[in-house]
Design a protein around this ligand. Structure first.
Ligand code: COA
Length: 320
């Protein structure tokens, strides 16, 4: 028994902010952002929230799968930017889509969040516990960015992506996931401090801090090796892969991974040009765009890979 994706959906906020828009409010330029990252614009929330984007992406994925919320056993939302400490985003989605019998929880694996959620659903399916799951990656990163730090805020955006997955005879062929907590400091967003009667710390919320070059080195070394291991596990040759749908952090990371794998860049679809880096939402938003464009053919093999803060990474080989 394995896991098949039977529907996808996504939601991007209505407001679009171009590089030129950012250049009006900070010392940056379209040329700097575009040449170093490939990003041209991103969507930022105005009235939307992480939860509302999830609900819309979930409804679209259910419609694409042709099933109702009542059929869902499990909902997992990969996010680092939920609206509440509690309840979880997943519980709010559960109520909104009428998934009364579903168990629901959030998962924090940063930019690998959707992949970890997919692998978790897969493990439940393999154990025979659940049959149908809704998995999401969703972020409102604009609220945890330091808008005075031009080296990070220009890179990220807001959005949500979803997939309906089902226990099936074919689909997911192999996966791996990994973490390296010893490098946690290279991409960090601290939580609120503590003001209990025994301690007094700064309780203002911090923003995301990133050592961009260290993250870059991690990504271009870890991702190709992870892809190779997953292909070996499934005994699938790299030539058989139609697409590598990778986390959309930076065009230069995608180009470097393609080069290291000796694969044409044409097999690396892009959404970062119009979305920026969406952390956990990157992979499912990209997957939905590929699905809408008819790029995913039945029986075709694709690789998904997410990587980022933690550090975390996860790679999946799927037969569509
Ligand atoms: N606009 C204009 N100049 C900027 C800028 C911006 N938005 N952000 C930084 N700069 C400046 C820096 O201040 C620095 O100026 P200096 O040389 O006068 O000090 C210069 O540009 C170079 O900065 P640097 O950080 O060395 O650039 P870089 O070539 O490493 O590129 C990243 C920066 C972030 C694009 C790159 O490191 C990267 O993509 N890393 C991976 C990050 C990532 O993908 N993270 C998410 C993973 S989930």
């Amino acid at each position: 028994m394995t896991t098949r994706i039977i529907g996808t959906g996504s939601y991007l906020p209505k407001a679009v902010v171009t590089n030129d828009d950012l250049a009006k409010i900070m010392d940056t330029s379209d040329e700097w952002i575009r040449t170093r990252t490939g990003i041209c614009e991103r969507h930022l929330v105005t009235e939307e929230t992480t939860t509302s984007m999830c609900i819309e992406a979930a409804k679209r994925a259910l419609e694409n799968a042709g099933i109702s919320g009542e059929e869902i056993d499990l909902i997992i939302v990969g996010t680092v930017s939920g609206d509440n400490m509690t309840p979880s985003t997943a519980c709010e989605v559960q109520a909104a889509i009428g998934a009364a019998k579903a168990v629901a929880f959030d998962m924090n694996a940063a930019c690998a969040g959707f992949i970890f959620a997919l692998n978790t659903a897969h493990a439940y399916f393999q154990a025979g516990i659940y049959k149908t799951a809704l998995i999401l990656g969703a972020e409102t990163l604009s609220k945890i960015m330091d808008w005075n730090d031009r080296s990070t805020c220009v890179l990220f955006g807001d959005g949500a992506g979803a997939a309906v997955v089902r226990a099936d005879e074919s689909g997911l062929l192999a996966f791996e996931q990994g973490c390296d907590g010893s490098k946690a400091h290279v991409l960090l967003g601290k939580s609120r401090g503590n003001n209990n009667p025994l301690v007094s710390t700064d309780t203002s919320l911090d923003y995301v801090h990133m050592d961009g070059q260290e993250v870059y080195k991690f990504a271009v070394s870890t991702v190709p090796a992870s892809v190779q291991r997953v292909l070996e596990k499934a005994n699938v040759s790299i030539d058989e892969i139609s697409y590598f749908a990778l986390h959309q952090a930076n065009i230069r990371i995608l180009q470097s991974v393609a080069k290291r794998l000796k694969v044409s860049e044409d097999k690396f679809p892009i959404s970062l040009d119009h979305c920026g880096n969406l952390s956990a939402a990157s992979v499912p938003v990209l997957l939905d765009e590929m699905n809408q464009k008819g790029m995913l053919k039945k029986g075709g093999k694709i690789v998904l890979s997410g990587f980022g803060a933690g550090l975390t990474w996860g790679t999946v080989l799927l037969e569509w």
